[in-house]
Design a protein around this ligand. Structure first.
Ligand SMILES: [Fe+2]
Length: 384
């Protein structure tokens, strides 16, 4: 067995009603005022409005910040920080999708220290001095609720930059599948595929450990078997619950192993063409998968196992073909248009995109097959 280091959020509450759990937890921690960092559409979430009423009845003061851009930049984080400093709350609560939780995680620190988010991203020095923070995901996808990673757009350089540090872990995460019932099918598909790719890339990552692989394989199995049901019928609470559980497992897995080339390739097209993260991952899934499998099955044998592929009596070539077919068919069922040219990307953009991706060594170094600039151009061209 290989050596490993394993870290995660210290307290996870899964499957209970948010409106019951959160007020109780705030009272237990003597929090009299809570600052919510939320998605702009949070008011449409009936549970949230109910929650605010309950908190009011318990005399817990609430402040809401919901000016989150769809592709948040460092300025967005600093804006939220200033509002938190003004409000001076006892606790920060991030409720929403990945971008929202990413902002909440960083502001829990910068609202204490007064720093700019871009400065700490550059220095990599992340203070321990922080606000208590609870995260509540409203999508089953990013895994941000259980990772120590926050990703933002750097407008000046047109790149996505990650802040990765153990001090970004939340103190607590509350996962209530009922919240995700109101998600529209497109968001269910994009965020669900993101979660599936977290599990897949964590499993084949060069930094995978015995422990992270155990979680990633289970996550992949659960997400693969539930994503279409959640997409086709959003009210299927069993599928929603499994998706939220699976994406949480995938988040814990990749926080302890890393994602790889699919995510690396998704970032430049996300930063330059504002293609949503899950969609960008869906676009790059097949080109990278096929490229990696040209080197043989390798660690993808665990992927085949998670997908329930019967391997007995089959050649490696047959297993690879089946694996590719199953994942390709799955994305088709989610009705995702996977051609880069449909999102404003032209062949003439490819050399620049390839130059950008090759710099993302944090992720590319975890890909089982090395990728050079020529490969990068070929892979983007395939996705075009
Ligand atoms: Fe992701």
């Amino acid at each position: 067995m290989n050596k490993f280091l394993f870290q995660t959020t210290p307290k996870l509450i899964f499957g209970q009603k948010l409106i019951n759990v959160l007020p109780e937890e705030l009272i237990k921690s003597n929090a009299n005022s809570a600052f919510f960092v939320c998605d702009p559409a949070i008011n449409k979430l009936s549970v949230f409005n109910e929650l605010l009423k309950i908190l009011k009845s318990k005399k817990i003061k609430t402040t809401i910040y919901s000016d989150i851009k769809s592709d948040p930049d460092f300025e967005n984080v600093d804006d939220a920080r200033d509002r938190i400093i003004e409000a001076n709350p006892d606790i920060i609560i991030g409720i929403g999708g990945g971008s929202t939780m990413d902002i909440a995680k960083v502001t829990a620190i910068t609202a204490k220290t007064g720093e700019n988010a871009k400065d700490i991203a550059k220095s990599g020095i992340i203070s321990k001095n922080k606000y208590p923070i609870i995260l509540i995901p409203t999508t089953a996808g990013t895994g941000s609720e259980v990772t120590h990673i926050s990703i933002f757009s750097d407008n000046a350089d047109q790149v996505k930059t990650g802040i990765v540090h153990p001090n970004l872990y939340a103190d607590m995460t509350i996962l209530d599948p009922e919240i995700t019932i109101e998600l529209p099918p497109t968001i269910t598909a994009f965020s669900g595929i993101d979660a599936l790719i977290h599990a897949l890339e964590s499993l084949i990552s060069n930094s995978a450990t015995t422990f992270s692989a155990l979680l990633a394989e289970e996550a992949l199995k659960i997400i693969y078997n539930n994503i279409v049901a959640a997409f086709e019928n959003g009210k299927d609470i069993e599928a929603r619950s499994n998706m939220l559980y699976g994406s949480m497992l995938a988040g814990i897995a990749f926080a302890n192993s890393s994602v790889a080339a699919i995510h690396a390739f998704a970032y430049p097209i996300g930063a330059k063409f504002h293609i949503p993260h899950g969609l960008a991952n869906s676009i790059m899934l097949m080109p990278i998968l096929k490229f990696n499998l040209e080197n043989g099955l390798g660690k993808y044998s665990s992927v085949a196992k998670a997908l329930g592929i019967e391997t007995k009596g089959k050649t490696e070539h047959e297993i690879i073909n089946q694996l590719i077919f199953m994942l390709d068919t799955l994305v088709d069922k989610l009705e995702i248009n996977r051609k880069l040219k449909n999102y404003g990307v032209n062949a003439s953009d490819i050399p620049e995109l390839a130059k950008s991706v090759i710099k993302i060594t944090r992720l590319l170094s975890n890909n089982p097959r090395e990728i050079d600039i020529k490969d990068a151009e070929r892979l983007y061209l395939e996705a075009l």
